[in-house]
Ligand binder design. Structure first.
Ligand code: NAD
Ligand code: MN
Length: 354
């Protein structure tokens, strides 16, 4: 039988505690092989202890021992720290996890506003190639950053977006499309090629070229700033968005506000040969020291479900989504959603629903 060996990279702040919640749910969900977990190190705390944020052993273990992985969150200081570089950005590159898929969905029968969109974020390039320079000039310092957009990366993220739009339409057909967006599958290309005609121009052109392989998917496009406007005005009209790295990062945190909390929004990092679930939120240092923990585990639990879904365990994933939705409908939630429960109590509620 197949085995599930899941690398678990808790990281900093609330990362470890929300991943523990995800593990407990993975242990309880029926329909998957019994999972085993491989605890792995990364993060700012690890950097402070050892001088390295992403140890070689972590990458090696993921590559040699693990079927898939879960990542919690890491704290990256806003100022430059000599020798430190965000391990999640490095991991995505190292494992070639070129897509970050972020579904943002409201809960039927709970949220007044219907939101059902998936942000497909390019994960390896754009400004996140992190080639920054600074120089002294006669008028003061000037800093520059390289923004890389390649045809290869834009094409493969485009393909991923079309596949997801098709899959989402299929799931809606099967599970009933009583709410949310029910029309034909649509992909919206998010860009700023009116100003950045070369870089964003190449992104837009590459995704449009892939569109030809998907005649049943409607393609449209929107400039990123007006997309943000639309996100607030009529989110119910958005479905699958495909974005260069930076726009995808910003748009998805913004979209999280539409469904109530960053603590609800999951993601999965996807490559051709590896999958890593990861809540969209960060290490939440403002609540990380609370005892008992009040970090919302639902984003992490939904990320575990997404991971399963992308591994082909569609039904077990659906069970987890339903259990999470039910705990929200019952108001059995953490304080970020107006509830009174702890991380552990919410996790128990979800486990009981399975
Ligand atoms: P954040 O996502 O950590 O927190 C933003 C706000 O949302 C905070 O008020 C926090 O309490 C709340 N929040 C986040 N997750 C929550 C949860 N599960 N339950 C309840 N409330 C939650 O973003 P930030 O404060 O801008 O960043 C904090 C640190 O996290 C920074 O060091 C940043 O670099 C890092 N970060 C890491 C990642 C990642 O690891 N992928 C992503 C974003 C930010
Ligand atoms: Mn982010």
């Amino acid at each position: 039988a197949k085995t599930l060996r899941i690398g678990v990279i808790g990281g900093d702040g609330v990362g470890p505690v929300v991943l523990q919640a995800a593990q407990r749910v993975l242990e309880a969900v029926p329909g998957i092989p019994k999972p085993s977990f491989v605890p792995l190190q990364a993060g700012f705390e690890h950097f402070q202890k050892t001088g390295t944020a992403l140890p070689r052993e972590t990458v090696d273990a993921l590559k040699s021992e693990c079927t898939a992985a879960m990542f919690g969150a890491v704290s990256s200081p806003s100022h430059k720290v000599a020798g430190y570089s965000s391990p999640i950005v490095a991991l995505r590159k190292e494992m070639d996890l070129y897509a970050n898929v972020r579904p943002v969905k409201s809960v039927e029968g709970h949220d007044p506003r219907v939101v059902d969109m998936t942000i497909v974020r390019e994960n390896t390039e754009c400004l996140y190639v992190k080639q920054e320079t600074i120089e002294d000039t006669a008028t003061g310092r000037v800093a520059r950053a390289t923004r890389q957009i390649s045809e290869r990366a834009s094409t493969r993220i485009g393909r991923m977006a079309f596949e997801i739009a098709l899959a989402a339409a299929e799931v809606k057909k099967q599970r009933g499309g009583s709410y949310g967006w029910t029309g034909a599958p649509t992909v919206t290309i998010v860009h700023k090629s009116n100003v950045l005609s070369v870089t964003d121009g190449l992104f837009r052109e590459s995704v449009r070229a892939v569109a030809k392989e998907y005649p049943t998917v409607e393609v449209n496009e929107q400039i990123v700033d007006s997309l943000v406007y639309r996100l607030f005005r009529e989110p119910e009209k958005l479905s699958t968005l495909v974005c260069p790295n930076l726009y995808g990062d910003i748009v998805s945190d913004g979209a999280a506000a539409l469904v109530g909390s960053l603590g609800l929004v999951p993601s999965v990092n996807v490559g051709d040969s590896f999958i890593m679930g990861e809540p969209v939120h960060g290490s939440a240092p403002d609540i990380a020291d609370r005892v008992p923990s009040i970090a919302n585990p639902l984003a992490s639990i939904r990320s575990a479900a997404l991971m399963l879904e992308f591994m082909g365990y569609v039904e077990p994933a659906a069970k987890i989504y339903d259990a999470v939705d039910e705990s929200i409908r019952q108001g059995k939630v953490t304080p970020d959603l107006g509830g009174k429960l702890s991380t552990e109590e919410v996790t128990e509620v979800v486990r009981k629903q399975l």
